[in-house]
Design a protein around this ligand. Structure first.
Ligand code: NAD
Length: 478
């Protein structure tokens, strides 16, 4: 077995054409990390065929048996957690301390969904006419295709495949081109758990070839996609026109509001972590920081001081907080957005440039004086770039925080209950935080955005049941 092979029908195999690609990481771009299958349409067809064949047998197993495979895969993943975390850090640049946390989270996700096997899958009613039995039940959809990004290369594939599998679907996973090794570790954990052949299949390669082929495959019934707005919109339009069920998790432009009554030290730490950890490459990262006038100068001083003491550098160093940007294209986009911010008249308070290094490092960047209609205020810049804004009243802060097309995450720092209550009622986002940063998500509760940040049912927790099952109503007369 070559460590870069695809996983199809329980076998490790090269791509149909034999094509491969060499992956490199963002900290040492001159060093090859591995050779991976460059899959194409034929591979997508083989994986979907394997998943379709495996489906009836898998769906017929007791849910608790399916859950047992998840629990076993969780144990195998936990055993090799350090190797997974290191591969993740090398291939996509997330600091090791966060990669370790992400693997732990993937293990928890598998454990949580193993337990979901024991939860109700329907409700019992009486028929109105005769008192006979009428009930609902959830049944699996069939073959689910999962298309995932590089920024949470272990957690996102896992939070899609765990519910898909436990509710009785079979899966074809297409991880991001940049992070194949991490996804293959997850497949290996299931292989070691003895998962029946074809229940989980993993294909590495390019979105435009193998990803697009999966979207077109007629035997795929459901597509769960996390990634950019542009690609997600294309995937949704094509898949829905073919009658498939689609779920999208897309970008964010997430605000953090700091009221004058807040604990400013805590708020500054949350702003730093939210905006700059993982080099800002989280869909839930903080991009806009609104600070009430009376506290603005004090908060700005705290945040700039925190930025000056932040550790930026080699993500394999466990003390580093901010690592590189994932690849040259994203680096160019981030640097262009910084230049655009300057050209549109904003002031750089910290950072604003690439660091001297072979690694793709950008200094954590903070702007102020950004207009509300400027690029940095409206669009997602997927890097360590955030802007500070001054506001007078809560009304104004909420209106400006809500004035974007995205609605993924929003946070407020305040000690006033009435302020927090209003924020929870009026902030336009799928994830709301009072006195914590915009990033971060528990494994057992729903995750997802509203407005332009998502499409379809939310992921994770019990919410996942909705996407990965059909709801059927059954009448039984005596
Ligand atoms: P991307 O859209 O470029 O890629 C996502 C996945 O889609 C990859 O696996 C890619 O290979 C595949 N793909 C590309 N073209 C395709 C096509 N034509 N057909 C089918 N699949 C195709 O996104 P990315 O750059 O990997 O990830 C960054 C983006 O993801 C950011 O915008 C970020 O906000 C978003 N994101 C959102 C969430 C969320 O939960 N809301 C979480 C993480 C990342």
């Amino acid at each position: 077995m070559n460590p870069g092979d695809n996983y199809i029908a329980g076998r490790w195999q090269p791509s149909w054409s034999g094509a491969t690609y060499e992956n490199v990481g963002p900290m040492r771009p001159a060093e090859a990390l591995g050779i991976f299958a460059d899959s194409a349409q034929e591979d997508a067809a083989a994986a979907v065929e394997a998943a379709a064949r495996a489906f009836p047998g898998w769906a017929a197993l007791p849910a608790a048996t399916r859950g047992g495979f998840l629990a076993s895969a969780a144990a195998h993943l936990a055993e090799r957690a350090e190797a997974v975390a290191r591969d993740m850090t090398e291939e996509m640049g997330k600091p090791l301390r966060e990669s370790r946390g992400e693997v732990r989270r993937a293990v928890q996700i598998l454990e949580f969904f193993a337990g979901e096997a024991y939860r109700p899958v329907g409700e019992l009613f009486e028929q109105a006419a005769n008192g006979g039995q009428v009930s609902t039940r959830r049944r699996p959809v069939g073959v689910a295709a999962l298309i995932t990004p590089w920024n949470f290369p272990c957690a996102i594939p896992t939070w899609k495949l765990a519910p898909a599998l436990v509710y009785g679907n079979t899966v074809v996973l297409k991880p991001a081109l940049e992070s194949p090794a991490t996804a293959l570790h997850v497949a290996r954990a299931f292989d070691d758990a003895g998962l029946p052949d074809g229940v989980l299949n993993v294909l590495t390669g390019r979105g435009a070839t193998v990803g697009a082929a999966l979207v077109r495959e007629v035997r795929v019934g459901a597509i769960s996609f996390t990634g950019s707005v542009e690609t997600g919109t294309r995937v949704r339009d094509e898949a829905t026109s073919l009658g498939k069920r689609v779920q999208l998790e897309l970008g964010g432009q997430n605000p953090l509001i700091v009221m004058a009554d807040a604990d400013l030290e805590r708020a500054a730490e949350a702003a730093y972590a939210g905006a700059y950890f993982a080099a800002g490459q989280k869909c839930t990262a903080t991009r806009r920081i609104y600070v009430q006038s009376e506290a603005y100068d004090a908060f700005r001083a705290l945040l700039v001081r925190r930025m000056a003491s932040g550790r930026v550098g080699d993500p394999l160093d466990p003390s580093v907080e901010v690592g590189p940007i994932v690849n040259e294209t994203q680096l160019a986009d981030v640097l262009a957005a910084i230049e655009r911010g300057k050209a549109e008249g904003a002031t750089v308070l910290a950072g604003g440039h690439r660091l001297e290094s072979d690694g793709l490092l950008v200094a954590p960047t903070l702007f102020e004086g950004v207009r509300d209609d400027a690029f940095l205020s409206c669009e997602e810049v997927f890097g360590p770039v955030a802007s500070l804004y001054r506001f007078k009243s809560l009304d104004e802060a909420l209106a400006r925080a809500n004035a974007v097309r995205f609605g993924l995450s929003a946070a407020i720092f305040t000690t006033n209950l009435a302020t927090a209550t209003r924020f929870l009622a009026e902030a336009q986002a799928g994830l709301l935080h009072v006195n914590s940063q915009t990033a971060g998500a528990d494994v057992h509760v729903p995750f997802g955005g509203i407005k332009g940040s998502g499409f379809g049912p939310h992921e994770q927790g019990r919410a996942a049941l909705e996407f990965y099952t059909d709801l059927v109503t059954t009448y039984v007369d005596p």
